[in-house]
Ligand binder design. Structure first.
Ligand code: SF4
Ligand code: SF4
Length: 187
């Protein structure tokens, strides 16, 4: 009761609040003056989409359509045809970026490490067309933001499952391919 009265009489809450305000005036501001001041995106940030290339420069995508099937926004469209040797040819690959919710399911579903989400986030524009990514644009996104060591690091950290994820304990029974059996018998 006395404490309550003292609080009211001496306006303690106001004094405390003023003290906090004063303290904040003496601390360094944390606001960044974007776009002059930028901080790098953290690894694994889900930014603009890209289609990965193999070491020889050819696109990794084989047109299986798993990314399109898993996409909850239905914003990936894969167009394929049959080549002369019955191989699938990826004629087109489009992503309607404005409909994407950046869930990353397409990256996880792709068996060929072909579709990735880069760390690039500054791609706002004035038209819908600019944010409609076709195959060429997606491949150039890879060249611009992920080529080289960066892409390798991305796949190592964020693309799963890798073969080492299937490693079993030494005493665990596992199915092995004939080739592996040959190798282990030879060893
Ligand atoms: S991140 Fe999600 S919503 Fe965006 S394209 Fe991939 S699967 Fe679709
Ligand atoms: S990006 Fe991957 S999942 Fe999608 S069609 Fe190409 S290979 Fe298949």
């Amino acid at each position: 009761m006395i404490k309550k009265m003292a609080k009211k009489l001496f306006l303690l809450e106001i004094v405390k609040a003023m003290g906090l305000t004063f303290r904040m005036m003496l601390t360094r501001p944390v606001t960044r003056q974007y776009p002059d001041e930028k901080r790098p995106a953290f690894p694994g940030f889900r930014g603009l989409h890209a289609l990965a290339r193999r070491e020889d420069g050819t696109p990794r995508c084989v047109g299986c359509g798993l990314c399109s099937a898993v996409c909850p926004s239905r914003c990936i469209h894969v167009y394929t045809s049959e080549g002369a040797d019955h191989r699938k040819i990826v004629d087109g690959y489009d992503i309607e970026v404005l409909r994407c919710v950046y869930c990353g399911f397409c990256v996880e579903a792709c068996p060929y490490k072909a579709v990735v989400l880069t760390e690039h986030f500054e791609y706002s524009d004035y038209t819908r067309e600019a944010l409609f990514m076709n195959k060429d644009k997606l491949l150039s996104n890879w060249d611009n933001y992920m080529a080289g060591a960066k892409g390798e690091e991305y796949h190592k950290r964020f693309w799963r499952p890798m073969s080492e994820d299937f490693k079993a304990h030494d005493d665990q029974a596992v199915f092995r391919g004939a080739k592996q059996k040959e190798l282990s018998n030879a060893a």
